[in-house]
Design a protein around this ligand. Structure first.
Ligand code: G16
Length: 543
């Protein structure tokens, strides 16, 4: 056994963002970069003799990174490592494996929806015992350690063959390569009525299309929809996971999942379409010629949860991130359950789920999930929708339109200005902050400001406070504009402008979303002087 201690120096840029440390592959490939961060995890968490899970979304550099992490884990005295076959684990499957094996934690390698390949992005994050992303106090401690680290430990050993399930020894450490699809399907079967979904998918009257965008859910989707649930071969498109996602952007939205959009908006479109992202935690839901916003999706799942076996006894509560529309708040009110508003980032749901204050959670950024794991879960959302469709026997569009009739419609959109100058973007936000105290009562056209603040969250379970989580400007009619800088980009800054208005009148539910929100869009641009600060005439992506 030959453990080497290697001298290193800090990089000082290893602060985890919304969802772990994300940088370009090139940065991760620089000498000691990955190693410094991994050693900082081990130094912070004392993982000696513990069981850890490791796996990633299969993007470029995943394989090399996992071999390095295994050798460092062995050198740092970790007891056992569970590794996804081929080094691959979707993010929700990693959460499932951590929980099922009562592991101490896990290292998840992904840059989520960011592009992959040698010129793309890579990422790493640490998940804790409950299977969810580490809370801020842990990510801050890891970051602090990266600033003082001066050496790391690694075992000198040959690479392991991770392509077949099996057990190995790496010095004193046990390594088990596991097939992650099996436990994941078992968990899904415990929540959803697979027989009923199978009847629907084999009825000859219902067609679906699942687009895995050449990312991690490919193997799970083939196994679930085509093999287990009997959908015809070809139901899953772009289903072969590739290291560069086929050159695409593995982000399930109307812009980047264009293949799926063409199918669902084309002639002879299927009844149901869905896509997931690089690491399988995000989802997009489409009906025939119909897009379901993630905020509406959360509201519909909440309203229909009683139709699904795993949730038939009711929900403890529901939670959404602050910029997510208030559509689910209306459902919660009717159901008489609590609705929590958290900062952006799945880690903020962990305490609510652990304390059984919330059962379902969702975010406008195409994330939905429940207490079955501690990550958002793309395929879970697809199965949830299929279960509802199988029980209700209506189309996606009918279900959403009936929902609006019952609860009113929250028109909602997000405008992204990607890769803008970071210094200017920060200047813009600082300027907005300085305006906040004087906005109340001001009139913009027909809209009067009712409140304005920089969102601050006090966790109802542990009392921790997270400040400066997004600038909110609310109007007297319930409309809202939110400004936030993304925490997941790797180039420059991304400004997100979130827009929401509420329309109770069903005769107006057919309006075009951008048209319905046009006055708010203009107000947002005016207050923040977006064009001036971003140097852009228009957003890069509108969802
Ligand atoms: C991550 C978090 C999500 C969050 C999203 C926001 O998603 O896990 O909870 O909503 O980031 O991203 P941004 O800060 O860019 O608005 P993922 O799928 O990238 O892990």
């Amino acid at each position: 056994m030959n453990i080497k201690t290697i001298s290193t120096t800090p990089f000082n840029d290893q602060k985890p963002g919304t969802s772990g440390l994300r940088k370009s592959v090139k940065v991760f490939q620089s000498p000691h970069y990955l190693e410094n961060f991994v050693q900082s995890i081990f130094d912070t968490l004392q993982c000696e003799n513990k069981t850890l899970v490791v796996g990633g979304d299969g993007r470029y550099y995943n394989r090399q990174a996992i071999q390095t992490i295994l050798k460092m884990a062995a050198a740092n005295g970790v007891g056992r490592m569970l590794v996804g076959q081929g080094g691959i684990l979707s993010t929700p499957a990693a959460s499932c494996v951590i929980r099922e094996n009562q592991a101490f934690g896990g290292i998840v390698l992904s840059a989520s929806h960011n592009p992959g390949g040698p010129d793309g992005d890579f990422g790493i994050k640490y998940n804790v015992t409950n299977g969810g992303p580490a809370p801020e106090k842990i990510t801050d401690a890891i970051y602090d350690r990266t600033k003082t680290i001066d050496s790391y430990k690694i075992l000198e050993a040959a690479d392991l063959d991770l392509d077949r399930p099996g057990s190995f020894k790496l010095a004193m450490m046990d390594v088990e390569v596991i097939d992650p699809v099996v436990p994941y399907i078992k968990l899904m079967e415990s929540l959803f009525d697979f027989d009923r979904i199978k009847d629907l998918l084999t009825s000859g009257k219902f067609r679906m299309c699942m687009d895995s965008l050449h990312a991690v859910t490919g193997s799970y989707a083939h196994a679930i929809f085509e093999q287990r649930l009997g959908a015809p071969a070809g139901t899953v498109q772009n289903g072969i996971p590739l290291e560069d996602f086929g050159g695409g952007h593995p982000d399930p939205n109307l812009v980047y999942a264009h293949d799926l959009v063409e199918v669902l908006y084309g002639e002879n479109a299927p009844d149901f379409g869905a896509a997931s992202d690089g690491d399988g935690d995000r989802n997009m839901i489409l009906g025939r010629h119909f897009f379901v916003t993630p905020s509406d999706s959360l509201a519909v799942l909440t309203a229909n949860a009683h139709l699904v076996p795993g949730y038939k006894d009711g929900l403890a509560g529901v939670a959404r991130s602050m910029p997510t529309s208030a559509a689910c708040d209306r459902v919660a009110e009717k159901l008489g359950i609590d609705c929590y508003e958290t900062p952006t980032g799945w880690k903020f749901f962990g305490n609510l789920l652990d304390a059984n204050k919330a059962t379902l959670c969702g975010e406008e950024s195409f994330g939905t999930g429940s207490n079955h794991v501690r990550e958002k879960d793309g395929l879970w959302a697809v199965l949830f929708w299929l279960n509802i469709l199988a029980v209700r026997g209506e189309s996606v569009e009918q279900i959403v339109r009936t929902h609006w009739q019952t609860y009113g419609r929250n028109f909602y959109s997000r405008h992204d200005y990607e890769e803008v100058d970071a210094a200017r973007a920060n200047e813009m936000v600082e300027r907005l902050r300085s305006l906040l105290p004087n906005l109340k009562g001001q009139q913009f056209g027909n809209y009067q400001v009712a409140y304005s603040d920089d969102f601050s969250y006090t966790d109802p379970v542990d009392g921790s406070v997270s400040q400066k989580q997004g600038i909110r400007i609310g109007f007297t009619d319930g409309s809202r504009i939110v400004f936030r800088l993304s925490g997941t980009g790797t180039k420059g800054a991304t400004l997100r402008l979130y827009l929401e208005s509420y329309e109770p009148d069903a005769s107006k539910h057919d309006r075009d979303t951008q048209e319905a929100l046009a006055p708010l869009i203009a107000i947002g641009e005016e207050i923040a002087q977006i064009r001036k600060f971003t140097d852009r005439e228009a957003p890069t992506v509108i969802t």
